[in-house]
Design a protein around this ligand. Sequence first.
Ligand code: PEP
Ligand code: MN
Length: 339
Amino acid sequence: MLIVMRQDASAEQINEVVKVVTSKGCQARSIPGGDRVSIAVLFNKGPLEDAWFSDLPGVQQTIAVTRPYKLVSRETKPSGTEIRVKNVTIGSGRLTIMAGPCAVESERQAMTIAEQVKKAGGDMFRGGAFKPRTSPYSFQGLGEEGLKILAKVRETFDLPVVTEVMDLACFDLVEAYADIVQIGTRNMQNFSLLRRAGQAKKPVFLKRGMSATVDEWLMAAEYIMAEGNPDIILCERGVRTFVRHSRNTLDLSAVPVVQRESHLPVMVDPSHAAGFRDQVMPLARAAVAAGAHGIMVEVHHDPANACSDGAQSLYPAQFASLCRQVRDIEQLIENSVES
Ligand code: PEP
Ligand code: MN
């Protein structure tokens, strides 16, 4: 249940509502809103009675939250969440372009790619220092050395950096260096990792599990938000199907569904969905046309020799062309009478 306070509700009235919520064995969580305070009632064991709260002084209305995800639900917060990271705001209406190599391989490699990402108009640099690899014999990432290189990229090119956290053991380290902490597809239901991300002071980029339903994905986001971190960016990255022509199948219908169900921004990763370079551009265009708040694309200056995901990495010139094309689509949608 959501308790919406009147605009002129006093701090005492809000405290009184919190007290009543607690007395019913539930937890009260204040929801950041525009001009009024709302209080989400969480952890109820049984049905909540409207009359417990609706007549308390300062309460404007109570709203039943019908979805299993409460805090991330649009029922709880009708306006879209905007997440500011340095000079970039995700979910603001301007498309966010996040790009970089799958893995940070060396300082020279990261700086070369970052220069191209910046030049093409990318907003953020993304590269893995801790890599979840299918084979234990594959390149696993540079670890802290990779994080230090990311810090140098941020400093040199004034680009916020995004990087993946693979487990609890490396969380503190990754959080210290990253502007946004990524949780990858394989960890979407690693609940202890989600809880730790909920205590983080950095926004979380939560990729959809490769076999997860939208409900499961939103419940994973709920784990993070229930721990107190409101800054979550969802990322659709394709789901596992029977096809062989692509690595995964990009589920673009998830974009409008998530936008209907949740106030969180949703981005699309066409690179891991495609698995092959030639599919990345059309999928990125489609994602933007479908209304995604941003895209995340893998770029490499020498993909043939990349330590991971070379086959899906765009050459810098292709990435520059992609940026121009998606910005054109963004403009078209903005100018459209219908939108
Ligand atoms: C990645 O973004 O580098 C990655 C490993 O993606 P995913 O978790 O979606 O497979
Ligand atoms: Mn990758």
